[in-house]
Each structure stands twice: as C-alpha cells, then as structure tokens.
Design a protein around this ligand. Structure first.
Ligand SMILES: CC(C)(COP(=O)(O)OP(=O)(O)OC[C@H]1O[C@@H](n2cnc3c(N)ncnc32)[C@H](O)[C@@H]1OP(=O)(O)O)[C@@H](O)C(=O)NCCC(=O)NCCS
Length: 202
C-alpha cells in the first residue's frame, strides 16, 4: 500500500558540493547521455526484465520515463531524485516501494557516472535522502539491497552505518538473471542527529 497521499516535492536538498532534487523534464537528455556513456560501468548492476523485454538505458529518450517516475510522487509510491555535483546532474537516486500503513518503509537504489566515482557523492546523497525520509516523510524503515559482488556499493552502506539484515536469494533480476542480494536497513532513530550530520562529523 503506498503512502495514501501525494508526496511534496522537497526542492533542492544539499550538503556542500552534493545535492539531490526530484527529476524534471530538463534532466531527460543529460541523463540519457550519461546512461549511454556509462553503459559498461552500469550494466552489471542494472535491473532487467525477466521476460527479456528491457530496453538498453541511454538508447532511447528518457522523457517517457521521467513522466512515469514523476507520477510516483503523486501516487505516494516513490521519490525519483537526481544527484547533483557542483550543480551538474551526475546520477540518480530512486526511492521506490514506499509503503504506508503499518510498514512505513521504502527501498533505495542509486548510481553515479564513473567520471565522478570515489568522491563520496553517493554516500552523501543517500544520507541527505534518508534524513528526509525519516525526518520529513516520517518513514520507519529504509532498505538498500546490494549484490554481494558490488564492493563499492557495500562500502556506501558500511560508511553510513546501516544494519546488515541478511541475504535474500534470487531477489532481483539484474543484468539478465535472478541475483542474490545482501540487504541493509536503517530504522528511524538509528542516527540520532541524522546521517548527514554523522557523515560531516566523520
Ligand atoms: C556504487 C556507487 C553508486 C558508489 O558511488 P560513489 O559516489 O563512488 O560512492 P563513494 O565515493 O562513497 O565510494 C564508495 C566506494 O567506491 C569505491 N571506489 C572509489 N573510487 C572508485 C572508482 N573510481 N571506481 C570504482 N569504485 C570506486 C571505494 O571502495 C569507495 O569506498 P571508500 O570511500 O571506502 O574508498 C558507484 O560505484 C556506481 O554508480 N556504481 C555502478 C552502479 C551501482 O553499482 N549502483 C548500486 C547498485 S546497488
């Protein structure tokens, strides 16, 4: 069950050189270009359709996708962010599967362009978004599920101090097959002063 209400657009949320904001029409072309340039970098970690109907990201216009993603806000089911570094779009951070009712939970997924990897951008963006989900949306749980082979992504959740819940076998269809995932969770109250403040301190 989604939240049961429209989610407000939070505007720009930033810390230093890193910021996130909800995706908009103008992001379609820069994102298509980044997805196209980063084919090899992203393919191994990309969700695919089990029936083999997936289109290659970056090969088609992103405008219809932007429309679908923005609908999630109105439906209360997701928050499709882009990640900015010095004001430039460098990746995406998607909050999906937002559940209301007795769950109050959500899932996070992310990527950044290879040319800016290793600068702490994703870690900062996840911290900003988690603080928003707990502090403003009032969610209770945020989950991040990662393939065990994805060392860089495992470092993101480690640096943020998420709890390791365990392995979900054959959990998500990625790069053409069902893949095991290690699942990490943050619960409201885990980072008292917030994840962004904790990162800045560290
Ligand atoms: C996973 C990912 C989002 C991390 O983003 P990021 O902004 O580079 O994150 P950080 O800068 O905090 O770095 C995280 C780790 O990546 C590794 N890393 C650093 N520089 C790197 C580089 N140039 N290339 C690859 N990995 C690098 C390091 O292990 C780093 O941990 P450290 O800070 O302890 O050294 C990014 O690597 C990516 O987009 N990968 C492809 C898509 C993907 O895997 N998405 C996640 C699916 S769960």
């Amino acid at each position: 069950m989604p939240l049961g209400r429209e989610i407000d657009d939070p505007g720009l949320i930033s810390a230093g050189r890193v910021a996130v904001r909800i995706i908009r029409w103008g992001d379609a072309e820069p994102l298509r270009q980044l997805l196209s340039e980063n084919r090899d970098w992203l393919q191994r970690w990309e969700a695919t359709h089990p029936a083999g109907r997936s289109v290659v990201p970056g090969s088609v216009s992103m405008r219809p996708l932007v429309r679908v993603l923005r609908k999630q806000l109105r439906a209360g089911s997701g928050m499709p962010f882009v990640v900015l570094y010095d004001g430039q779009v460098v990746g995406q951070l998607s909050v999906s599967e937002i559940s209301g009712g007795a769950l109050q939970s959500s899932q996070l997924g992310y990527w950044v362009s290879q040319h800016v990897a290793g600068r702490g951008i994703t870690t900062a963006a996840v911290a900003l978004v988690m603080d928003h989900l707990f502090g403003v949306l009032g969610l209770h749980r945020v989950e991040i599920c990662i393939r065990p082979e994805n060392g860089p992504s495992l470092r993101v959740v480690e640096k943020l101090g998420l709890r390791h819940e365990g392995r979900r076998e054959s959990y998500i269809h990625i790069d053409g097959a069902w893949r095991d995932h290690e699942c990490f969770v943050a619960l409201r109250g885990d980072a008292n002063a917030g994840y962004t403040a904790r990162l800045l301190e560290a």
